[in-house]
Design a protein around this ligand. Sequence first.
Ligand code: EPZ
Length: 419
Amino acid sequence: MEKLIIHGPKTLNGKVKISGAKNSAVALIPAALLSEKKVIIDNVPNISDLHKYYTILEELGVKITHLSNSKIQIDSSNIHNFEAISDNVKQFRASYYLLGTLLAKNGYVKVGLPGGCNIGERPIDQHILGFKKLGATVIIDSDNVTAKSDKLIGNEITFDVVSVGATINVMIAATKAIGITVLKNVAKEPHVVDVANFLNALGANIVGAGTDTITINGVNNLNNEVQYTVIPDQIEAGTFLVAGAISGGEIEILNCIPQDLECIISPLKSAGVNIQTFKDSIKVNSNNIFSPINIITEPHPGFPTDLQSQIGVLLSLSNGTSTLTEQIWESRFTYIDELNKMGANIIVNDKTAVFNGVNHLKGAKVKATDLRAGAALVIAGIIADGTTEITNINYIDRGYENIEDKFRKLGANIERVVE
Ligand code: EPZ
């Protein structure tokens, strides 16, 4: 097993380029199977969740060609299997996008029940609600979900819960349904908009992504020749914003979409962080004195749950008492025990964590408990006094491309070693 060794405290200075969005790419790549043509996707992050997806798609007969480190070609002309039930499928969450894609493409699909980071129950009842409203028959057994339909029929669907996955999955399924589908109470994250733009590039007819209502006019096929570029990762950019805010230097975040980051820029500015936004970059620095703030995680454009642990490191160092309320997932405070090992003073009361600010953190042996918790511990280790060892870094590699290289280039003393 590998671990990260970080010697702190270090000040971060310089420029960092954000990679393509994980939570967009994990949907675009399966959705490309809707096309009968070869599809090229660029700015794909080099992360382990996507490596898993490539294996799963190749098991179905899809040909993935790596044209560069971040550009792939997807050719599904010889797909011969519509049952994704291998162990690879159960290792991560986004395999569920094969349900919407292959239901629309083939009228039959079986997918292993999704796994994913242990941040709580990961139900898919809203995905199934949508498929059934489109006329599909859906059967769940202990291991798999099977969906079939001779022809999907457009319908009006109002989700009970705002769900990124269900919004995207049902939007994909509806692209070739007969007639019009109207989705309400939908997720509005940047990656939802990116997937809608990709589907339209393929030939779909979708309007309203990013608003409260998405309308999909069914089409017969999605056969445009497409080379599509994944948007920059909002959460990776937010992770580096927090790192730049607490490290005492100034970093410039390149290849990002500032308006997608208003949800974290605003609270950081309230805490006293200096942030300048430009067309596709952001500069961040601070005097390392942070006013206490209170944050509640919500669907976009609210504060993203995927940045909750990262900003928790800043709240640990704020002048006073701050609170963080997690409304999306049941178990996303597991990083707090690890931060407390580093000298933080955080108490969890059900869905709210209370941060009593301390002057500094100290290096310790800690473990990543989920993808974003791991990223938070990297930030904490960079600014802590002494040496921090982070194990279970496979979680981090699921969603961050070369995290140690990017931080080292900014001045961090960080290395990956084999345990
Ligand atoms: C996506 O997960 C992201 N993952 C998550 O990011 C992110 O935390 C989440 O959206 C919220 O933004 C991917 O995109 C691969 P949801 P998803 O469906 O789609 C409930 C990361 O760190 N719900 O929006 O699985 C659910 O329990 C990962 O990159 C249902 O009740 O999340 C949760 O409380 C972690 N029924 C809420 O909705 C359903 O059918 C939001 O879940 C689906 C969801």
